[in-house]
Design a binder for this molecule. Structure first.
Ligand code: 3HC
Length: 284
């Protein structure tokens, strides 16, 4: 595999923009791809905002911020990722869309480029099967918010090569993250544990007739969580959480994995958490 200098990030939503941010901060050139210039500009604005907050708080020099921002280009054309050494996919969690994208990436990218997916709950092996070079496909699973959460799960799919796998670890370390190596099993490490736990929390809301505020207080004050479960699910996205629960339930058939009806109803009503302005809480 080539040494990684340029990273492509496909999908510049909350996760993709966060991944692009940590990549430019680590000195990588980044080509970020979104489907419209409006979404490209929104992501660049979000990244600029968070980097400027770091400058204001004395965590980053103004020159370093400007240099980092200068390393980011955005595009709506997937072909512009042709020169990337590593591409990290962070698009919608739909297998069909990811299969189509990876087939396209294989056509566009150099043969020695590593192709990574940030999927939360889909199978990296299934995604890799969209290509005829599955050995270069790995999972690089970041946590939300990507600029703040130190962990990256580096996921070895059935046919991933040692080279591609180690490239993922090296890049994560250079980003200042802590990589954990794991195999491609449903939910990998953290979500395998966290998803059923969050679903239990949501069930407790009704069982114990406790408010979201009090449940959050209980888990932050009583269990030392940095953030209460309702705040966390709002941050991750109600739709993202429901989708990940359904995907894990489909594979593992464990009742605790299944999304509780309450949260499915919220998703169906368009209460998606922070990003829609309303979930368990209301946001400005
Ligand atoms: N992107 C970039 N920077 C951000 C950011 C974001 N999304 N959100 C906040 N920041 C920056 C801001 O500049 C903020 O400072 P400001 O408010 O002064 O501008 C700064 O980070 C610090 O923010 P906070 O004061 O909110 O930081 P905290 O010390 O409260 O910590 C936290 C925040 C790290 C998110 C902490 O609450 C935490 O660890 N929460 C748990 C999160 C968690 O569990 N995530 C995993 C979710 S599961 C997942 O992602 C898996 C997936 O597959 C679904």
């Amino acid at each position: 595999m080539a040494e990684v200098r340029t990273i492509g990030v496909v999908g510049l939503g909350a996760m993709g923009a966060g991944i692009a941010q940590v990549s430019i901060e680590a000195g990588y050139d980044v080509v970020g791809r979104e489907v419209s210039t409006g979404l490209c500009d929104a992501a660049a604005g979000r990244i600029g905002h968070f980097l400027t907050r770091k400058v204001e708080k004395g965590q980053l020099g103004a020159q370093a911020r400007d240099a980092a921002v200068g390393r980011l280009t955005t595009t709506t054309a997937l072909d512009d990722l042709a020169a990337c050494d590593l591409v990290i996919e962070a698009i919608v969690e739909e297998l069909g869309a990811k299969l189509e994208l990876f087939a396209e990436l294989e056509r566009i990218c150099r043969a020695d480029a590593v192709l990574a997916t940030n999927t939360s709950a889909l199978s990296v092996t299934e995604i890799a099967a969209a290509t005829s070079s599955a050995e270069r496909v790995i999972g690089m699973h970041f946590f939300n918010p990507a600029p703040l959460m130190p962990l990256v799960e580096i996921v070895r799919a059935e046919l991933s090569s040692d080279d591609a796998f180690e490239t993922g670890c090296i890049v994560a370390e250079r980003m200042g993250k802590t990589p954990v190596r794991c195999h491609d099993t449903p939910g990998f490490v953290v979500n395998r544990v966290l998803i059923p736990l969050l679903n239990d929390c949501i069930r407790v809301l009704d069982e114990a007739r406790v408010t979201p505020e009090d449940l959050d207080t209980a888990m932050t004050r009583g269990a030392g969580w940095p953030m209460g479960p309702c705040t966390l699910v709002d941050l991750v996205g109600i739709d993202v959480h429901v989708h990940a629960s359904e995907a894990l339930y489909e594979k593992l058939r464990e009742p605790r994995m299944a999304p509780p009806p309450r949260i499915v109803a919220m998703r169906n009503a368009g209460l998606l958490g922070r990003k829609s302005g309303r979930g368990f809480y209301t946001y400005e």
